[in-house]
Design a binder for this molecule. Structure first.
Ligand SMILES: [Zn+2]
Length: 244
């Protein structure tokens, strides 16, 4: 059975296909991740070929057939192209990191409207340059972990569920999560987290305002979250765009 569907989508990637077309991977609001063929998308004067570009948010009309792996794009209108974000190397780098995470961890046809709206909002924040792009990215990273089922709890011990007390340092085990001082004695500690960094983690996770959060702390924390993800997904090798 084939039907015509309309949905909003974030363009994740595109590759050339044949002499004239492109295949794009999209994260749609109502149908999850989807591959579409953009017929004529390689031609220079193709409006739709220009609109279907990574990071852009578009409104789509697609001929969908459930038996097909790749759907046929009928038309697309641009909703946002985030021009200021794309001119700023730092913002661009973190937005590509978001795209990598979505491409890797979200499966085909897995709908998540909250995640869709979250990404769109993050791209708008990056475009407005409202906060340092690494900080916006980290706020997203905590939200994303929760959305894909790997939430890191910062208030309770993941093992005994005791309240995490204020201490000079906290303990994290990458496959378990945050563990309290008592439990830490019998567990492998992947990392100790100094108090300052831990306080920043709480602000980032709970959308609080940050004070004196250095770039060094930021890259340290991104590393911790990446390692946490690697322990939960064996094939995940880290975020390529952040290795640049
Ligand atoms: Zn405990």
């Amino acid at each position: 059975m084939s039907e015509i569907i309309k949905t909003e989508a974030i363009v994740l990637s595109k590759i050339n296909f044949s002499d004239t077309s492109k295949i794009a991977t999209l994260f749609t609001k109502n149908y999850g991740k989807m591959n579409v063929i953009v017929k004529g998308g390689r031609q220079k004067n193709s409006g739709v070929g220009i609109i279907i570009d990574p990071i852009n948010v578009v409104n789509l009309v697609v001929y969908q057939k459930n038996s097909r792996d790749i759907q046929i794009l009928s038309s697309a209108d641009l909703v946002h192209s985030f021009p200021k974000l794309k001119e700023n190397f730092e913002s661009l780098k973190y937005c590509i990191a978001i795209i990598e995470l979505v491409n890797y961890f979200i499966h085909e046809n897995e709908t998540n409207e909250r995640l869709f709206n979250g990404i769109k909002k993050i791209f708008l924040l990056m475009n407005d340059n409202s906060e340092r792009s690494d900080i916006i990215f980290l706020r997203f990273f905590f939200f994303f972990l929760k959305e894909i089922g790997y939430d890191i709890r910062l208030d309770l011990c993941t093992l005994c569920e005791a309240k995490i007390e204020i201490r000079e340092e906290q303990f994290i085990n990458f496959s378990l999560g945050l563990i309290c001082f008592d439990c830490s004695e019998n567990q492998i500690i992947s990392r100790t987290i100094p108090k300052e960094l831990f306080d920043s983690m709480k602000c980032l996770k709970n959308r609080g305002s940050l004070n004196n959060f250095s770039l060094k702390q930021s890259s340290e924390l991104i590393g911790i979250l990446e390692n946490f993800l690697k322990f939960h997904s064996e094939d995940f090798k880290g975020i390529n765009s952040l290795k640049l």
